[in-house]
Structures are given as C-alpha cells and as structure tokens.
Design a protein around this ligand. Structure first.
Ligand code: GDP
Length: 406
C-alpha cells in the first residue's frame, strides 16, 4: 500500500518572544532547505519573511504569510505567526492553521513574559510544540537554566535531547542524546557528518541520556514497560515515545543552537519531522452548518471542501488569499462557496509560495497550505467550502479587511 502523501507534510509555526530570533531561525531554515541561496541577515534587510521596502516589487515572497520548503522528503509549510500580542486575532488564526510549532527562546533570558502569553494561546489551540533554545553563542547562555525556566513557567516536562558542545564563542555543536552521536558545525556554519561522542563528553552524555530515559519512562507507558524489562530504553523506543509525548502535549522536546551562527538548524528540522504531527495526526476540523448543527471534517481529499482563508494580501501580483485546506480538494477554475461572506467565488490560480519563487499548481488537497489568486471578496477569517456542503469555521464577525502591501 502506498503511504498517504499527507504524512510527509508539516504545517509549522515559529513562536517567539520579540528578539528571541524568530526571523533568524526562519531565515536559516529557508537557507538549510535550499529555498534561499544567500543567507539573509536581519540587519541588512535581506530577510525573506520580514517587510523590506526595497523589495516591494517582489511583493509575493516578501509578504508571504506562509512559505513552503522541503526537508528530507517532507514538505514543510512555514506559517508566519505575528510576534506582537496586539495582533491577537491574527495570532489566533495563525495558530489554528498550523499543526505544530517550534517555540524559540533566548539562551540567556530563558522564558520571557511574552513567550508565556503566546505559549498559553498555543495551549488553548492544542498545538504540539518543541522548543529551540537559541543564541547559545551569547555570553551567559545556559541551556539548563533555560530548560528550568520552561519547567517552572510553561510546562512541567521539558525533555532536553541535546547536550551542547562548548559554550559561547566555543559553542560548536551538540551531542544528540537520542542517537548518541556528535553533530558539529564549521565556523562558516557547515554541518559535519555525525561523529562519535567526544571522549571528554562521554560520561556526561551517558548521564544525561539516562536522565532522559528515566523522564520518558515516567511519562510513557510503553517506554516504562521496556525500561522495567531491560533497565534502559533503546533508541527506537526513545524516539517513538518522544513523538507520542510531543503530539499528545505531554512533554516538550528541547533542542539548542545558534541561528545566527547557523548551528543547530538541521537537527531542529529533523526533530520537526520526527516529533511534530502531520495533518493526518491532528483531530478533524469542526464547523457549523447552516442549520446550526456542528460537523467534523477529516483531512480527506475526497471529502467536501473546507478551507480557511487566513490571510489576504493585496500585492502587485494580485489579490492573494492564503488558504489552509482542511478537507477536500481545490482545482483551478473551481467555484467555491464563501460561507462567511455568503457569496460564490472562483479559484483562479493556485500557488505554492516559496522564498525564491512561486510555483503554479493545478490542484491542492486537504492538509495543504497554498495561496490562491482570483478570489474577489473573501476576507481573512472566511471559510471556503463546497457549494453543496456549506460549513462555517469561524463566526462571520471575525473576518478581517484585506491588508494592502504595496
Ligand atoms: P525576532 O524578533 O524574534 O524575529 O528576532 P530576530 O531574528 O530579529 O533576532 C533578534 C536579534 O538577535 C537580531 O539582532 C539577531 O541578529 C540576533 N540573533 C538571532 N539569533 C541569534 C543567535 O543565535 N545568536 C546571537 N548572538 N544573536 C542572535
């Protein structure tokens, strides 16, 4: 049987306190996945996801609400989440269209007040998360203290799956405690092949692996069974238990790195694929029918269309509507029903938005995030659905005006 292609999709958000490094992490992910070929720096105005007046004519990519990239045979749709709590509705909407998130923390500051509010919002939406402790190159960077602040202020079960190699200026890599190997980066940020754990760190790595196994066994019944039988956990059991605990919201896997120095991004992407859910692993979406009754729709391409327009941008390319498709399929030329504005609309072009270009698609299916050109009036917050099977995902009052970006 062919595997369901949806299993290789990750709809991912990056959540962070302002200044923790969300833009830099996003930029490095696009670089690592080969989506961008130059390394954008936050200070020189070349980043892809931030506003940059000089790049106005490139419109579509600069203001992308979601950018797709590929990693290890998977499609990662990176959804922009506004960092400011002032944009509460937008934050809520971006949280609802993603299936999992990376929470970025500053290795010196740890959990900050604003990280707490975004974290609580993500809790309300049941978004599974992993944590990335960034800025490990800074003076005073302390992974253990950051993990402790997560435990005290956000979640009782942060599970560090890495041990840093070096500190501050000499932070050159991590020991991967799940596979017990060393991952290091050159000064230029190029990843070396995985290597055995250095002798000097072997004892400490073994001690931390043991702590990780004990913590996981305490939280996961299957792991506990193996731990009781054999006195330890194999790599495969540890990995699948970490996946279950993350997806169930029972624990938060913690990784570390320095986005600025391009260290730690590849293992972060590996962890996104390994631990965070695909659209198939999340509960079906719920909406309201015209008669007021509720209905669920699963991520099935053959089901009636249900999609949320989560951002509408007026760009030089045209009016661009970003859609999260929860169920069904859209094709170029389809007529869909805007259940919020109560109008029929026609799908013009369907685009896969990438950092360097956008690729036209003939169709897009449940689980995916795409941009559509041709919708005339649907607003952010509008539900688009099959004309013969209307469903409303958000109350109509929540729809927002179009944002003009050029
Ligand atoms: P955002 O506000 O969360 O999007 O954060 P930015 O990505 O804009 O980063 C905020 C500041 O922290 C910028 O000056 C970055 O250059 C800096 N920064 C980001 N990542 C790192 C890092 O890994 N190490 C250090 N030392 N600085 C970083």
């Amino acid at each position: 049987m062919r595997a369901n292609p949806l299993a290789t999709v990750r709809n991912l958000g990056i959540l962070a306190h302002v200044d923790a490094g969300k833009t830099t992490v996003t930029e490095r992910i696009l670089y690592a996945t080969g989506t961008t070929h130059k390394r954008g720096e936050v200070h020189d105005g070349t980043t892809v996801t931030d506003y940059d007046p000089q790049e106005r004519d490139r419109g579509i990519t600069i203001f992308a609400a979601a950018v797709s990239c590929s990693w290890n045979g998977h499609r990662v749709n990176l959804i922009d989440t506004p960092g400011h709590v002032d944009f509460a509705d937008e934050v809520e909407r971006s949280l609802r269209v993603l299936d999992g998130a990376v929470a970025v923390f500053d290795a010196v500051a740890g959990v900050e007040p604003q990280s707490e509010s975004v974290w609580r919002q993500a809790d309300r939406h049941g978004v599974p998360r992993i944590a990335f402790v960034n800025k490990m190159d800074r003076a005073g960077a302390d992974l253990d203290a950051a993990v402790a602040s997560v435990r005290e202020r956000l979640h009782p079960a942060p599970l560090a799956v890495q041990l840093p190699i070096g500190a501050q200026d000499t932070f050159t890599g991590v020991v991967d405690l799940v596979r017990m190997r060393a991952l290091t980066w050159s000064d230029a940020g190029e990843a070396a092949d995985p290597a055995p754990v250095p002798d000097a760190l072997r004892e400490e790595a073994a001690r931390r692996r043991r702590m990780l196994e004990e913590a996981v066994a305490e939280l996961h019944p299957g792991a506990l069974e193996e731990f009781c039988d054999t006195g330890s956990l194999g790599d495969a059991t540890l990995g699948s238990a970490l996946r279950d605990l993350t997806r169930g919201g029972d624990a938060v896997v913690v990784l570390c790195g320095s986005a600025y120095r391009n260290r730690g991004i590849e293992p972060l992407l590996d962890a996104v694929l390994a631990y965070l859910p695909s659209p198939l692993d999340v509960p079906p979406v719920r909406g309201t029918r015209d008669d007021g009754s509720e209905q669920e729709r699963a991520a099935d391409p053959a089901a009636p269309l249900t999609a949320l327009a989560f951002k509408v941008n007026a760009t030089p390319t045209g009016r661009l509507t970003y859609l999260r498709i929860y169920s069904g399929t859209i094709e170029k030329g389809d007529t869909v029903w805007d259940a919020t504005g109560r109008r029929a609309e026609r799908i013009g072009r369907i685009l896969r938005v990438r950092a360097d270009r956008h690729a036209p698609l003939d169709r897009a299916t449940a689980g995916d995030i795409v941009a559509v050109v041709g919708l005339k009036s649907a607003r952010a917050g509008a539900t688009l659905c099959a004309p013969d099977a209307p469903l409303l995902l958000e109350p109509p009052g929540a729809a927002e005006p179009v944002v003009s970006v050029a």
